[in-house]
Ligand binder design. Sequence first.
Ligand code: NAD
Length: 286
Amino acid sequence: MTAEIINGKELSTELKLEMKEEVEKLKELGLTPHLTVVLVGENPASKSYVKGKEKAAAETGISSSLIELSASTSEAELLQLIQELNEDKTVHGILVQLPLPEQIREEKVIETIHPNKDVDGFHPISIGKMMTGEDTFLPCTPYGIITMLKSKDIEIEGKHAVIIGRSNIVGKPIGQLLLNENATVTYCHSRTKNLQEIASNADILIAAIGRAHAITAEYVKEGAVVIDVGINRLENGSLTGDVDFENAKEKASYITPVPRGVGPMTITMLLKNTIKAAKGLSKIEG
Ligand code: NAD
């Protein structure tokens, strides 16, 4: 079997076109969704992520602004800024780019963002609602993965989903979302024994580790759906995933590539969340 590729770049383009139309309609109603991104320090990867977010927002007509703060910003200063953004009626979504300098506690920052403006979906209230299946902002990468599966009408109910990685931003929430869709979920992590045996039983295998090509074809069951979240930079500068794509694709039924896989979907779902925030705060239905 050679897998069908789920191209996140193409799907993102389609979704952004749909969002552009929606934003145009909202603008006619006098509402321009606005995302404010806060960047603290000079981390080059963070700078490039932020640029990507601004560019994608502009493509859909969402307005965005970037607040850049020095690496020596104190926690109190950042929390004060977030409070001001919480109260600013022209700001619908607030995103503080992670990681933050060590003098600032990430959890304090996340908890200070108003849950109605939490477009990253990291606030404990958003996470709690996601767990109980209530309507809320879903964290962007897991939301993107679910959207990719649904775009191909891949059955989730009753399937065995194995998640490799248990971070708060990817592994844990994607497992919860798949559980909400009635999958049977197994979480694996760095302390898991018999990882290959467990992974090779998965109908849906999600790799979110951060180790290039750690998941070889031996970890993939014939016909499995393989989602590669990993972004790893090789010595030659190119990006690659956690999955040995070339060999795994010969066994999988569907597979996501890196690049052009989950990455573009993450940004796209941030835009979806920003529109949702704008409509929610303005009490526009639909
Ligand atoms: P993390 O470092 O917070 O978590 C990695 C997880 O992998 C941990 O739970 C750890 O237990 C597990 N792990 C580590 N070594 C393992 C091993 N040998 N066997 C099994 N499990 C192991 O990382 P993260 O933030 O969840 O990100 C994971 C990867 O996904 C990274 O490459 C990151 O760059 C990428 N990522 C991509 C997107 C995207 O939009 N595509 C978004 C977020 C993260």
